[in-house]
Design a protein around this ligand. Sequence first.
Ligand code: BGC
Length: 717
Amino acid sequence: MGGGAQETPVADDYKNPALPLEERVESLLSQMTLEEKALQLSQGVLGQDYNVNNLVGGKAQDDPRIGSMICALEDPEKRNAYQKFIVEKSRLGIPMIFGYDVIHGYKTIFPVPLAQACSWNPELVRESCVVAAKESKASGIDWTFSPMIDIGRDPRWGRVVEGYGEDPYATGVFAAAAVKGYQGETIPYRIAACLKHFVGYGVSEGGRDYSYTDISRQALWETYLPPYEAGVQAGARTLMGAFNDICGVPASANPYTLKEVLRNKWGFTGFVVSDWSSVRQLMNQGYAANADDCVKKALEAGLDMEMVDGFYRRSIPSLVKSGDLDPKFVDDAVRNVLRVKFELGLFEHPYVEVKPAAERLLLPGYKALARQMAVESMVLLKNKDNLLPLSPDLKNIALVGPLAKDKDSLIGSWRGRGEARNVTDIEEGLRKVLPSSVNLHYAKGCGVNEGSDEELQEAVQAAEQSEVILLCLGETSTMNGENASRSTISLTSPQQKLFARLVELKKPIVLLLATGRPISLHTIEPRVSSILVTWHPGTEAGPAVADLLTGRENPSGRLAITFPRTEGQIPVYYNMRNRARPYQGKYQDISTEPMYWFGDGISYTTFEYGPLGLSARELTSSTPLTVNIDIKNTGSRAGKETVFLYIHDKVASVSQPMKRLIAFQKVELQAGESKTVSFTVDPARDLSFANSDGRRVLEPGEFEIIVKDKKETINLK
Ligand code: BGC
């Protein structure tokens, strides 16, 4: 207990902000006892944690020497009082770093991250993270466990909702945007970002959460590490070790990823926190025999801070004293933690300014940004006969389905401190903008997981009176996220029953798909006129959906993850390698093509792509290539188009994907307007590939440059 009673005088030069950071770190470290160090590497929980999967509570609150807390308090005054206890009751007064899962907003909730990626607007992602940082810091949070940048190629895995989709390059771009958003502002608005879960967690076998992953070094370097490298380069100050066992060496005790790659190759100087209980879980994974063994293996591998279990604080002192643990591992980890605390200004500013909630949360500007992000993240996949935007001549519209008014689901999983009561649902959003001459007939139709004949009948009645049916189906917020794997990605039975009944009425149906993962649509798609994937859009769900349905805004989202026809196609993603027999090996029972590809999405206008203009056809490794392409808005309304630039390395010593995204740009065009979109291809950066040692290899030969359906070949000498 305590630590305040010790007599040793403290040289408090580390408190002097004028001294160089590393000097402050060393001065403080040199005065710390072994117990103080072990506690500095430990994290507990303060308040009620909202993550229902986290079963074991930390009991470290009573020791002022503890290094970090997951802070589920929401009240800056209580947080400050606790910080005061830490700073004043411990001998060295090392401030606490309060962490929390601020995944897509703190109180103003933005669309789920997978949706945000579909906006293809990294600047909006950055701005959303600035807002999340401001609300968090003002509520007492110094550190978010975000962005989650695990590549999502298996929609059975519930956590695809938290990431930025299936592509390593795009995920890296959004990772960097998020890091800059969280960390980019000045004190007191800056919080530390945390790249998670390092690394390969999304490869969990069969889409089952927390499972084993078999990831070759080639796949690590090609697919799973690049987003982390981008995040580290953008300045992320922390990472979280993952739960998964990578080919027999769990990610939370993996010296290759945590030391060799992260520290030695990338020069990372921040700290790595474990995932919840992942140090203890080394025993479940058959990698450590007991608590001491867990601690030794994790710490020696480079896992600096332990989340919740208290194994570090209990085992480190005795392991060092018995000579079983070299104290240098402890010191290195403590340095990493202290460095980040100094950088965040916690020693100078341990307390946050206390303002009333109305002045720090849900501000109008924050909500406007959430609405814009929601608008840009929704993806229109089908729009037969231009049914959308809804005609102003409509008199009766049916709004049916369990998700239309389910605020708790529209806000999405992992909603920080977001509350359903602050969400504007789809019915409310539509009623605000539809003219009084329109009758909106609402009926729930069924629940997501249960239904009754009465509910079904009400839906039929609403639909029968209407010219068009807006049908809101999908997932509840608890059907995706952590520990929410599914063996099927179809709509639930009650929703399928409702759908089948409404189809019988032969009225045009607009499917509004509120989901956190791709849903199997192959039996649904032929029977609806329009499909708008709304995802789980957050606080401003209703206004954003209404903006798009009424045509006040034009859809501009494009999928960041492929939609398989059925789960039997998994894995299916755009940058696969070619088959030995491209003309054979197809499924006998369904098309081999997915339902919708990565990048798919349409709008209320049309875009025409001109030919690719290349600055050269013959290149050397040091000549950058310019790719120009004219895009014309050939429709009658303004719209935004995302232009994707892919390459294909035709022959390489490590065979390459059929196409690989190397750049994208989102452009806005007025009706009839043309713009030239220009990309610079740097051969060393963009035409090289990673080998299994993580080296970039650039080989001469032919490359295809691909934009939409245009393709040109260049030759690298
Ligand atoms: C999750 C992490 C999260 C942590 C703290 C874990 O179960 O995997 O993503 O940051 O809990 O809530």
